[in-house]
Design a binder for this molecule. Structure first.
Ligand code: NAD
Length: 499
């Protein structure tokens, strides 16, 4: 049965009125399981009006009370974890443990954001001039919007909305049209926790809804995560409409394996980071860079053994290491990249094309794919594939490996595996990438640090979560104060004596 989905506006689910819909698939079967309404600009304008009205009261509530509501929300998400994770898997295709991780890494940021009273504290200077004090306030922006990708349908909406709401803004989420059901459930849980109607809204849609948000002067900030071309478009368009924007884009994450690394550990890490979630993670490792021929030969042989043992299957099957990719067009794109790697002369050691999963003929399956002898000029190296394809690019020495990571167009995450503290320290200091792992393959920073890539992986000067999120979702007001002398001179402070 095909379910008709909705928007979430003013504290309830509302049907779309544009007459336009997008298909939501079950990637394990290839069947359409839902139809998501695609909002037109009038619907977006209506949501903005509702959010603008609701924000006033929300901002007037003190930050500690807002924080308590967010903690209640975290409790509710935990109570509903199994249902949310199953729903997430059913539209995205990632395995159940991975879906739980998606939700868990999201609510950790909401927990952090509940500390808003501390994070919103301003500065104070006593006696900046004679009798003059100066202090600063962090005030909410008003209505802000988040535009999020398909690959983390819980985590990224929560990274955006938690700090935005904690800071006193109203939030409009435009989630990916591929997997909109979890965002809609999160909206219900925000309401159940006590977030007032109209403060958190979900408007489903495509470019038309996004453009309406970008152009509406009442929307003060846009937080975007998705592919690089769209990130650039959103950043430029938001700026031209006078909005602040933080836009995170695609990635091509490298892992350097030094000759002294624990190769068992490095191979295990590469398998998890390269193929987990079918490679559909912005922090997935897609390029392994072993240093020296001997390291490369030993590593590749360990990778080949492990790739043979990987199980691809239904996302709810406990034995699956990873599930299908998100859509038929994603499968086609990834298979096209595999062919281009072959055509350009890379050595294909494992080919994920043509994978069949028993009982699920129509699913969007791509098996683990491993390339050796990849070079810098190949398309499979230069472009983001966003699938279960790992390329091995051999480097002669440390300097070449470091240069390769720094020269890449993208700069999201990078890792080095070594036992040598000096090499690790030099690498972390010099590499031109925003997030670095030392013997950690996917260095997604914890909630109270900030997340953000460099170069073509991130546009804007403030990162997601951590203290930066509160800077992004507030504006600073600075107050300079002088009080005239008054009652202190004229008044009597002496207890009058009786006559
Ligand atoms: P996408 O760019 O196709 O879509 C992201 C969002 O933009 C969606 O909400 C979509 O509806 C909207 N959108 C798409 N086309 C648009 C257009 N022409 N105009 C306006 N809005 C448009 O990305 P995706 O396929 O959903 O997600 C995968 C991409 O996201 C990968 O490139 C991945 O690396 C990246 N990603 C980056 C990070 C990060 O933190 N850097 C995190 C997760 C995913």
């Amino acid at each position: 049965m095909v379910q008709e989905l909705s928007h979430y506006v003013g504290g309830k689910r509302v049907s779309g009125i544009s007459g336009r819909f997008g298909d939501v698939f079950d990637p394990c079967t290839g069947q359409v399981q839902g139809r998501v309404p695609l909002a037109g600009s009038e619907e977006v304008e209506n949501v903005v009006a509702i959010a603008e009205k609701a924000q006033v009261e929300w901002a007037a509530m003190n930050a500690q009370r807002r924080g308590r509501i967010l903690l209640k929300f975290v409790d509710l998400v935990n109570q509903n974890m199994d249902e949310l994770a199953t729903l997430l898997s059913s539209e995205h295709g990632k395995t159940l443990p991975d879906a739980r991780g998606d939700i868990q890494r999201g609510i950790e940021v909401v927990e952090f954001a509940a500390g808003a009273p501390h994070l919103l504290k301003g500065e104070f200077s006593d006696d900046a001039g004679t009798g003059i004090d100066v202090h600063s306030l962090r005030q909410p922006l008003g209505v802000v919007a988040g535009i999020t990708p398909f690959n983390f349908p819980a985590m990224i909406p929560l990274w955006k909305s938690g700090p935005a709401l904690a800071a006193g803004n109203a939030f409009i989420l435009k989630p990916s049209e591929r997997d909109p059901s979890v965002p809609l459930r999160l909206a219900e849980l925000y309401s159940e926790a006590g977030v007032p109607d109209g403060v958190f809204n979900v408007v489903n849609g495509d470019k038309e809804a996004v453009d309406a948000l970008l152009e509406d002067p009442r929307v003060k900030a846009i937080g975007f995560v998705g592919s690089t071309p769209i990130a650039q478009y959103i950043y430029a368009t938001a700026a031209s409409h006078g909005k602040r924007a933080q836009c995170f884009g695609g990635a091509k994450n490298h892992m350097v394996i030094m000759p002294d690394a624990d190769l068992e550990m490095a191979a295990d890490a590469l398998i998890g980071a390269g193929y987990g979630s079918a490679g559909e993670r912005c922090m997935a490792i897609s390029v392994a860079v072993p240093v020296g021929q001997e390291t490369a030969d030993r590593l590749v042989s360990k990778l080949q053994d492990r790739v043979k043992r990987l199980r691809v299957g239904h996302s709810l099957d406990k034995d699956s290491d990873f599930g299908p990719v998100v859509t038929a067009s994603a499968k086609e794109r990834i298979e096209g990249y595999i062919q281009s790697g072959v055509d350009e002369g890379a050595t294909l050691l494992a080919d994920g094309r043509g994978l069949a999963v028993d009982g699920y003929d129509g699913g969007f399956w791509v098996g683990p794919t491993l390339f050796d002898d990849v070079t810098k000029d190949m398309k499979i190296y230069k472009e983001e594939i966003f699938g279960p394809v790992l390329s091995v690019l051999r480097a002669a020495d440390y300097d070449e490996a470091l240069q390769l990571c720094s020269d890449n167009e993208f700069g999201n995450g990078v890792a080095i595996f070594t036992r040598d503290g000096d090499a690790a320290r030099d690498f972390a200091s010099r590499v031109e990438v925003g997030m670095v792992g030392i013997n950690v393959p996917i260095p997604v920073p914890i909630a109270y640090y900030t997340f953000g890539g460099w170069k073509a992986s991130g546009f804007g000067d403030l990162n997601q979560h951590g203290a930066d999120a509160f800077r992004f979702y507030t504006r600073t007001k600075t107050v300079t104060t002088r009080w005239p002398s008054g009652i202190r001179q004229g008044a009597s402070f002496v207890m009058p004596e009786g006559s």
